[in-house]
Ligand binder design. Structure first.
Ligand code: HQG
Length: 179
């Protein structure tokens, strides 16, 4: 499968495994999983045929390891807007995590902190380079540091997804550094 098709399939899977499963007539279980057979049949019905071998290839080669296969089922590892409980255990974060955003969001972030917006969690990166790429999706990236160690000590819960994205419910402004 060429790079263009791989990206197209990854976007199609993200859309339906994170945001709009009902659009192709599938239902995610409480933890976000769907049987692979069910998914492949739904894709065929929706004029997006994909073989099991192609699916395995997209999952294995995905640049951000966005999908996880466990037995005969698949799910997105993070990024959902539909309510799912990924069942991730609480994890102790590193002292600092990073969030990539853009200038137009700053005023609001300064006053209310980071909010999950449409997603179930705020997404944080383990390093500045990754956060820079996240912010660059929306314009000139600005990277904020999150005092994750202090948040953890203050009782905020963190989880780390199967693909290394740090998740928390919200980041109050006191734990953000704007430089
Ligand atoms: C901003 C991609 C105003 C926030 C990425 C961001 C990531 C606020 C946007 C993953 C705000 C939400 C998630 C506030 C946060 N006021 N704006 N209080 N709090 N924001 O896409 O973190 O390629 O939901 O800065 O790589 O950008 O799809 O979150 O700009 O891992 O796998 O509101 O999505 O991964 O945007 O990205 P998003 P995100 P994939």
């Amino acid at each position: 499968m060429d790079e263009r098709r791989t990206v197209k399939v990854s976007k199609y899977l993200s859309k339906h495994l994170r945001h709009q499963p009902e659009r192709i007539g599938i239902t995610l279980d409480a933890h976000g999983w769907v049987p692979i057979d069910t998914l492949l049949h739904a894709l065929a019905r929706n004029h997006f045929p994909l073989t099991r071998a192609e699916l395995d290839q997209v999952v294995a080669l995905n640049d951000k390891q966005r999908f996880a296969i466990e037995g005969d089922r698949i799910r997105a590892s993070q990024g959902h807007t539909v309510p799912v409980d990924l069942g991730l255990p609480p994890a102790e974060p590193p002292a600092y995590l990073y969030h990539g955003t853009v200038g137009r969001a700053l005023e609001s972030i300064r006053s209310e902190g980071l909010r999950p917006m449409d997603r179930t969690h705020v997404h944080l990166s383990p390093d500045r380079e990754t956060a820079t790429r996240v912010g660059a999706r929306r314009g000139r990236p600005i990277v904020l540091s999150v005092d994750a160690g202090a948040m953890h000590r203050a009782g905020h819960t963190f989880h780390v997804s199967a693909n290394g994205v740090w998740l928390t419910e919200a980041v109050p402004p006191a734990f953000l550094r704007f430089r």
